[in-house]
Design a protein around this ligand. Structure first.
Ligand code: SF4
Length: 448
């Protein structure tokens, strides 16, 4: 006998769509996304768990009509989210209707969908959901990339990203944290926060707050790091430019809330080259700040990338860079030879560096950093470190990473006598040996 299965009832969304055909297409797009998230549609106010009013703000008469529609939805249902062109006048709407649940602007799809999730959370159903909790992933289950923004407001001369992806567009903080929660619920043990410019997160939306679980979260990298740190996963920050407020992240690392790891793309150290590159946050006192960061959080691992052979780079600039590298003692470093990418403004600069000179500079750079890296890893021999397991083999060995190592780009910890472990386990391991980039050790304490 087959037992009847009762499917959970999905929340219902009502929609009042005003304005031009563009607004109508926006409404369709929002509803399509909500439908794929498992929501049902309601044709009347009474059956809806939440009502969306997509407004028009083109003319005064359209604004009047939008305000009247919001008023009607509040009177008939009470749980109302406003979006669309008039959403750009949130103050006017909130002054007249303080009880609206959220106000989002035109084409802010993610914000409006996020507000609906907050007002009427979707009911997961293994029978009807096409996408697993946490989404479809191309990374192993135990780590996930978490994109917090798209685009960039800077115009570094060697980079064409802003011309491809446009200016900075930050996701609302509640959408980022909600995604992180889903990922952790689906088995993620490590969140890798990415963007083009993580420290600038929220600048474009003036660090607006958004609600999650009855609390307001500010779209600012420090607040976000604090929130993500409470997810229980390792939180690793990438592409953090050294703006002054980055100093606020270091105490969170010292407290163990986020990983003591900063991926800071310095690109060069010579002030002349940095100026020619038009790098953001190019300030002289970086070495002093690094020293302070290490005082606060001695285990902090600093990763960076550099470019040698930028147009106009001289032998003095390279000497400055190598001296700086010796002083900075960075943990993980990548170096590229400058390439004249089509469309990059730097291609117009005088002083192109010949290929053989670039190669020689790159080799000097890499030899310097290999020596620094080897010495730093030697100092870890005898220590016990937390290691997240990435792979296990058939002979009782395993490969993982310490808190100082991001997947794909940094080193690994190779473990012997690691039988019984599985990817995603976080264990303690005693470090027995090291080479230029990797560590070797043995587990001392099982997964936790
Ligand atoms: S290098 Fe980074 S900061 Fe500079 S323009 Fe490109 S994405 Fe923006």
């Amino acid at each position: 006998m087959t037992l009847p299965v009762t499917l959970p009832l999905p929340p219902k969304v009502g929609m009042v769509s005003l304005g031009c055909p563009k607004a109508l297409v926006d409404s369709e797009r929002i509803l399509t996304k909500l439908r794929s998230d498992g929501y049902a549609m309601s044709a009347d106010y009474a059956g809806a768990d939440v009502v969306l009013v997509n407004t028009c703000g083109f003319l005064d008469s359209a604004k009047e009509e939008s305000l009247a529609a919001i008023g009607e939805a509040i009177a008939e249902n009470g749980r109302v989210i406003v979006t669309g062109c008039m959403g750009n006048e949130a103050d006017v709407i909130r002054a007249k209707f303080p009880q609206v649940l959220a106000v989002t602007g035109a084409a802010q799809y993610e914000q409006v969908v996020s507000a609906v999730h907050e007002a009427a959370p979707p009911v997961p159903s293994p029978f009807v959901d096409l996408v697993p909790e946490g989404g479809l992933k191309l990374t192993p289950r135990h780590y996930s990339y978490l994109k917090i923004s798209e685009g960039c407001n800077h115009r570094c001369k060697f980079c064409i990203i802003p011309s491809i992806r446009g200016d900075l567009v930050s996701r609302p903080a509640n959408a980022v944290v909600r995604e992180a929660e889903k990922l952790v619920g689906a088995g993620t043990k490590e969140l890798l926060v990415i963007s083009q410019d993580t420290s600038a997160y929220g600048v474009d939306i003036r660090h607006a707050t958004s609600a999650l679980h009855g609390r307001d979260i500010r779209a600012h990298v420090t607040d976000l790091a604090r929130e993500l740190g409470q997810s229980g996963a390792w939180v690793r920050l990438h592409y953090v430019y050294p703006y002054p407020h980055v100093d606020e992240l270091i105490p969170l690392m010292a407290q163990g809330l986020i990983l003591p790891y900063l991926d800071i793309p310095f690109q060069h150290a010579s002030p002349t080259v940095l100026r020619a590159m038009r790098r953001p946050a190019n300030e002289a006192k970086v070495l002093e700040r690094i020293r302070r960061w290490r005082d606060i959080c001695p285990d902090i691992a600093l990763r960076s990338t550099f470019i040698v052979g930028f147009p106009g780079e001289t032998e003095e600039d390279v000497a400055y860079l190598l001296d700086w590298l010796e002083e900075a003692q960075l943990d993980r470093v990548g170096c590229f030879k400058y390439e004249a990418v089509e469309g990059a403004a730097a291609n117009e600069l005088p002083g192109a560096v010949p290929e053989d000179v670039k190669q020689a500079r790159w080799e000097r750079f890499m030899a310097t950093q290999a020596r620094i890296s080897a010495a730093k890893l030697q100092a870890k021999i005898g220590r016990t470190l937390d290691v997240i397991i990435d792979e296990v083999d058939d002979e009782g060995g395993a490969t993982g990473r310490s808190k100082a190592d991001a997947p794909e780009i940094d080193g690994q910890v190779h473990l012997r006598d690691a039988g019984g472990l599985k990817p995603g386990d976080i264990i303690s391991a005693e470090i027995e040996d090291a080479d230029d980039y990797d560590l070797f050790g043995v587990p001392t304490e099982g997964p936790r």
